[in-house]
Write a protein that binds this ligand. Structure first.
Ligand SMILES: Nc1ncnc2c1ncn2[C@@H]1O[C@H](COP(=O)(O)OP(=O)(O)OP(=O)(O)O)[C@@H](O)[C@H]1O
Length: 242
């Protein structure tokens, strides 16, 4: 049984069909790349999985259970977490406080309860942020702000982590470091879906690639097969003209 099973997912915004009858599966332990030109529907798929958007049609199953349209906190409690494209740290709390907020009981905005300092150190250490626990978010370089977003997601102890454009805005050294960390997560038993608008950073990292174009599944297969797929190349060339 797949860990994640998205079947016939459709999401409309008024007259716009952002995701159209899209199906894909993720097995436990896999790293799947979800790629497609800008606006092809990748983030919308994540938003539907996480219960941020109600689906228009189709279903999402996690570990055999139907989670379609469940509330986001219920989806997180089941073991899914998502790192958005946008970073949204709370600037008045240091890194440690930002991580801790994600370990507190739902909708309780206080520092009582939640993870211990040792646990927060461990979450930060998994993404090499442990030396910056007392730093304020607005003092951090971009790559560390992105690491903080990942640490917040790790603090919910996910089995499946959805990463939306994790490499965006990073230099090559930072991309290499993050790819190594993502591989380490897999060794620790985490399953991941990584969204990117191109294949660059993903080729060596992912086991399988699924390609979205105009909300529809265009292709799926190994990174090597996808890189040489002419329909995928054409979709990207067409996307560049937009
Ligand atoms: N909340 C929304 N309301 C209306 N339209 C939306 C909404 N969210 C996304 N869309 C539209 O749905 C389509 C798919 O957008 P989406 O952000 O999912 O694409 P994407 O593949 O993640 O793009 P990018 O690589 O640029 O992030 C786009 O046409 C977008 O404008």
């Amino acid at each position: 049984m797949s860990l994640l099973d998205v079947d016939g997912l459709t999401k409309r915004f008024g007259g716009l069909v952002a995701v159209d009858d899209f199906s894909f599966e993720v097995d436990r332990g896999e790293i799947v790349g979800l790629i497609g030109p800008n606006g092809s529907g990748k983030s919308t798929v994540f938003n539907c999985i996480m219960g941020r958007y109600d689906v228009t049609a189709g279903s999402v199953r996690f570990d055999g259970d139907d989670i379609t349209d469940d509330a986001t906190h219920e989806v997180v409690d089941r073991g899914l977490s998502r790192v958005s494209q946008e970073s949204n740290p709370i600037d008045r709390y240091p890194v440690a406080g930002n991580i801790k907020l994600f370990t507190l009981p739902n909708s309780v905005f206080s520092f009582y309860g939640g993870a211990s300092d040792e646990e927060i150190y461990e979450y930060a250490a998994r993404i090499d942020l442990e030396d910056k626990l007392q730093a304020m978010p607005d003092e951090l370089p971009h790559a560390d702000v992105r690491r903080l977003e990942i640490a917040k997601a790790l603090a919910t102890e996910p089995d499946l982590l959805l990463l939306d454009e994790p490499f965006a805005g990073m230099n090559q050294a930072e991309i290499d470091a993050l790819a190594t960390q993502i591989e380490r997560f897999r060794e620790e038993g985490m399953t991941m879906v990584v969204v990117d608008h191109n294949m660059g950073g993903l080729m060596d990292l992912v086991d399988r690639v699924v390609v979205l174009n105009n909300g529809e599944k265009l292709a799926a297969g190994s990174p090597e097969r996808i890189a040489e797929n002419e329909r995928v190349q054409e979709a990207y060339l067409a996307g560049e003209g937009r």
